[in-house]
Design a binder for this molecule. Structure first.
Ligand SMILES: [Zn+2]
Length: 152
């Protein structure tokens, strides 16, 4: 489970020691920890309630895993040979230069039930499902950002 802690518009500076002691790390504006230890999660939730901090708990199936790129390459290498093709512009890319894009964006899935429903309707139980991954060149992946699909 991924736990994220923030303090809306104020900073979390005075909470840093406690949050750090829970094993949390400050990454791009939020305190984060990926843990399956329920007691740690509960401690964080209790602390946040007491200090009126904003706490989000996100199930593993909605969190980017560490192996999705490798899984994707292994899965498609046998069909594809040397090259992949960018799903957005059609350019040929080598596996070294390829980025692997989440078609339904992780950020949206974590914050919007409509995207979680879309995932479910597409038959995916996990955001890192091979069906949610597509090769993209670096340029298209950057342009796509959080947008779904890609046009314009
Ligand atoms: Zn492209």
């Amino acid at each position: 489970m991924l736990v994220k802690v923030s303090n809306k518009y104020r900073n979390t500076y005075r909470h840093r020691k406690r949050l750090n002691a829970f094993g949390m790390q400050f990454i791009s504006g939020k305190w984060k920890i990926n843990t399956n230890d329920k007691s740690v999660v509960n401690k964080i939730i209790r602390y946040c309630k007491r200090k009126k901090l904003h706490c989000e708990c996100i199930e593993d199936k909605y969190v980017r895993n560490t192996s999705y790129r490798k899984d994707f390459v292994t899965h498609y290498k046998k069909h594809n040979g040397k090259y992949f093709r960018c799903a957005y512009c059609g350019k040929k890319i080598t596996s070294q230069k390829m980025t692997v894009d989440h078609i339904i964006p992780i950020d949206e899935v974590q914050h919007d039930w409509k995207y979680r429903l879309l995932m479910k309707l597409s038959g995916m139980n996990n955001v890192n499902d091979i069906c949610n991954l597509t090769p993209a060149c670096e340029r298209c992946n950057k342009r796509k950002g959080k947008k779904i699909g890609l046009r314009g």
